[in-house]
Design a protein. Structure first.
Length: 325
């Protein structure tokens, strides 16, 4: 079914088949992590979190001008899914840049906004035993971590690229694979929580919980159609002297991809709505060595510069749980 985003008589863009604006995301597709070694990073995540590599793409002459890297770029991308599979769960997207190379962040760059990648598991004991058996260092979090409005038992570790990984103990939802970690959340930093909430609710997120932490005010946001994944925000000041925008090939967690029914309709709806100001045009990102052949995408930047990507993915192509977890 094709939907229109032509403005109505009131000037408000027409809604999608779900009854929500066309620029409201309906699912989280993947969390991007830039790595200096895709194979090493994939082996680490697969060994510890029992995921599955479902798609790999090699780009040798890409045009990534919309990502700020220009033309003639080269990279290797691997998508890792937990055992719920690609229709029912988001992926970790590992990108190894070779032209230009993946590079560490520098002190003058603002944080990307993404501070940790989160998994949930029924029992921390199971994950702790796996980490100890593989010799991976981890740190228990005695005070726990707040995820979707509740403080959960938790531990932290870092991956080979220095990305912080959180594992929290949350009871499994009906139908979940048992005893295995499932991708659960991303923790994010922002400099103005109210401004950030307004921006994300403008693209379809809703506030699940508000709170306070020693680091600052917090908020947990979910997509109404995808409630078992959340963005966990903490308001924190930007580091002194960090003013430069981090490049798209900076090492570590960099962006998040969200599904919209139709990217071009979402773009038209955003333009008509005007709440986010000027937005770039959608672009086609070819991936000729994958089953999809590529994606139409739209890159947005939240108030602190974190990259949020819209990707064509109709609701009929995903199966998201309706119960929160």
């Amino acid at each position: 079914m094709t939907t229109s985003t032509e403005p109505t008589a009131s000037g408000v863009p027409a809604a999608s088949p779900s009854g929500r604006p066309a620029h409201h995301a309906h699912a989280v597709l993947h969390c991007n992590l830039n790595t200096v070694d895709v194979d090493r990073s994939a082996a680490f995540h697969l060994a510890l979190f029992a995921g599955e590599p479902r798609m790999r793409s090699i780009s040798t002459d890409g045009d990534t001008a919309t990502m700020g890297l220009g033309s003639g770029t080269a990279s290797v991308t691997t998508f890792l899914y937990d055992l719920r599979g690609p229709r029912s769960a988001p992926a970790v997207e590992l990108v190894g840049w070779t032209t230009p190379h993946t590079v560490p962040a520098t002190a003058d760059q603002r944080p990307t906004g993404f501070s940790a990648l989160g998994y949930r598991v029924e029992s921390l004991r199971i994950v702790s035993a796996r980490l100890e058996a593989t010799g991976v260092a981890f740190t228990p979090v005695p005070e726990g971590l707040a995820v979707r409005g509740a403080v959960r038992p938790a531990l932290r570790l870092t991956d080979p690229d220095g990305a912080v990984i959180e594992v929290v103990e949350i009871p499994a939802a009906p139908g979940d694979p048992r005893r295995l970690p499932l991708l659960s959340h991303e923790r994010m930093r922002c400099t103005d929580l109210e401004r950030t909430i307004a921006w994300y609710t403008g693209i379809g997120w809703t506030v699940r919980d508000r709170g306070e932490s020693p680091a600052g005010p917090t908020a947990s946001l979910v997509l109404p159609e995808d409630p078992t994944f959340s963005l966990e925000f903490t308001q924190q000041p930007a580091p002194a002297g960090a003013t430069a925008t981090p490049p798209a090939n900076v090492q570590g967690l960099y962006r998040i991809a969200l599904a919209v029914e139709d990217v071009r309709e979402a773009h038209a709806s955003l333009v008509a709505d005007g709440a986010l100001g000027d937005v770039d045009d959608p672009v086609v990102m070819p991936m000729p060595d994958t089953p999809t052949g590529g994606f139409t995408v739209l890159f947005l930047h939240d108030p602190d510069g974190a990259v949020v990507e819209f990707v064509d993915r109709p609701r009929s192509a995903v199966r998201r749980p309706t119960e929160p977890a």
